[in-house]
Write a protein that binds this ligand. Structure first.
Ligand code: 6LW
Length: 504
């Protein structure tokens, strides 16, 4: 469905909810493609397709095999893969991205963005994170990185030429000039950057010049986008990329967060991907509103329904939205041992360990419910809400009992336990819901209730825990919550996993 030819179009944001930061977008014909950061998770760099920039479907992951992505055990949470740039040039898709825990900047290519993507070439001469690729009229490729600096690059070999030179570092005094993207529009070259840091002061600024190497003159209206100092429900807006529709309209994709609760506000879904309309005035882009809600539920540009809520774990394996911290060796994760079930075989230990066996999907809605059927007769494992190794809650089954465990910073405790319920199967459930009343300035963003479901659906809660401790403001870092399944000991089987958004 084409977008309206209007800069004030109203649609629902975020267009890709859940931890999907640092979006980079390109268009080929009527098709848009978008890639995001993935940090310590495997596979890396989720890749989405859309026809209207509002409804996105994940069609794969760019880095989906060990020859492209090595995330060793010492990869810290929020290390790994940072900030890709996705471009289409000369009949091929090009993606450049940084593995901050590996060999630095790498470039992969594909003719079909759904994959397979090539093995990487490494670009050791690229002097920083957030690399961008832009080709000038002669076919020369320029790589621009955070800082902001630029070097000439042969993207097919990763070789750089000459010494990196500084370009433009944004507004005076603004920290962290980063996320550069370079575009030719009309007679000018435009250098779009983020500045102010990826927290509440984040923003987007732009400069223009006569060539891809500058000199660059800043826009008089910088920052062209920021929500700093506002009470807008979407905060931390920044790290943007521009794209032009086939109808000539311009759009910006960007990251933002939805802090919840009292003060100072906690965001639990990570940095998500948002969309905003762009118009051009006097040769400068003007960014329209970043709306949160569509005007009516039947509006054609309302949020995409969650396509497949239930994962049944057939032999084809896990869908592309399923991620695991660091590597995912086949001997520990399988759907063939017990057909129709996901079998997880523990290696290190619990969710406190970097080599935990955990596979999950991002929490994408502020209020939601996840359920699974577990068979832990030969092990110990269950259903977890994970921010990182030091911040997670889980409901865990063993051959004899069910317990709720909370890990916050250096504190770890068993919050509740009960004997394994009678019946042929055990259904574990977690629900992210409203925090208990009364609500005041200290109220957290949500409350996580863990429990077991009887075969007739009756729910028995074991514990309700404050969601703020599984937020970025508490845990730190660049990611968001992931809901998933794990094995802490022995072998644990899961029949299905169900994710259901709930009304806020
Ligand atoms: C990314 C930087 C940033 O490299 O956060 O939001 C870093 N901006 O540009 C990690 O996502």
């Amino acid at each position: 469905m084409p977008l309206p030819h209007r800069s004030d179009a109203t649609f629902a944001n975020p267009v890709i909810p859940g931890f999907h930061p640092d979006p980079s977008v390109c268009r080929v014909g009527d098709d848009y493609y978008l890639a995001c950061s993935s940090f310590e998770y495997f596979p890396g760099v989720p890749l989405f397709h859309s026809r209207d920039l509002v409804h996105w479907t994940q069609i794969g992951n760019v880095l989906d095999r060990p020859s492209q992505l090595r995330l060793p055990k010492d990869t810290p949470a929020s290390g790994g893969i940072y900030a890709p740039t996705l471009r289409h040039h000369d009949g091929r898709f090009w993606l450049i991205v940084t593995n901050v825990s590996g060999d630095g900047n790498l470039i992969v290519t594909a003719t079909d963005p759904a994959g397979p993507w090539s093995d990487p070439v490494w670009a050791p001469g690229v002097p920083g994170i957030d690399p961008d690729l832009a080709w000038d009229e002669d076919g020369t490729c320029w790589c621009t990185v955070a800082g902001v600096a630029q070097v000439r690059l042969d993207p097919s070999t990763g070789r750089t030429y000459g010494t990196p030179h500084p370009l433009w570092s944004g507004g005076p005094g603004a920290k962290a000039p980063e996320a550069p993207h370079l575009y030719r529009v009309g007679d000018h070259w435009y250098l779009l950057i983020a500045e102010g840091g990826t927290e509440r002061c984040h923003g987007v600024s732009i400069a223009r010049g006569p060539s891809p190497t500058g000199p660059f003159e800043p826009c008089p209206d910088n920052p062209i986008l920021t929500h700093r100092g506002t009470d807008h429900p979407i905060q931390n807006t920044g790290h943007a990329d521009l794209v032009q529709g086939p109808d000539g309209s311009w759009w910006m994709v960007l990251l933002g967060v939805r802090p919840g609760g009292g003060t100072p506000g906690w965001h639990v879904l990570g940095r998500e991907t948002y969309l905003a309309p762009v118009t051009w005035v006097d040769g400068w882009p003007v960014v329209g509103e970043v709306p949160l809600e569509a005007p009516a539920p039947d509006w054609p540009l309302s949020p995409a329904p969650v396509e497949e809520r239930r994962d049944d774990f057939d032999l084809a394996g896990l869908r592309p939205c399923w991620i695991s911290p660091r590597d995912r060796p086949a001997e520990h994760y399988g759907t063939k041992e017990r057909p129709g079930w996901l079998t997880l075989r523990a290696r290190g230990g619990s969710l406190d360990e970097p080599d935990v066996v955990f596979a999950g999907r991002r929490q994408q809605h502020p209020r939601c419910r996840a359920r699974t059927v577990v068979d832990a007769a030969s092990g110990r494992g269950g259903l977890a809400v994970r921010l990182d190794e030091r911040h997670h809650y889980e409901i865990e089954a063993s051959a004899t009992d069910v317990r709720v465990i909370a890990r916050v910073g250096s504190l770890r405790t068993v919050v509740a336990s009960r004997p394994l319920p009678d019946g042929p199967v055990t259904v574990l459930r977690v629900e992210a819901g409203e925090p208990p009343a009364p609500h005041d300035a200290r109220t957290g963003p949500d409350a996580l209730t863990f429990g077991v479901e009887a075969p007739d659906g009756t729910f028995t809660a074991l514990a309700t825990l404050d969601g703020r401790y599984l937020s970025t403001e508490v845990a730190g870092g660049f990611t968001g919550r992931v809901l998933g399944l794990y094995a802490a000991e022995g072998t644990v089987h899961f029949d299905w996993f169900d994710y259901e958004p709930l009304a806020s």
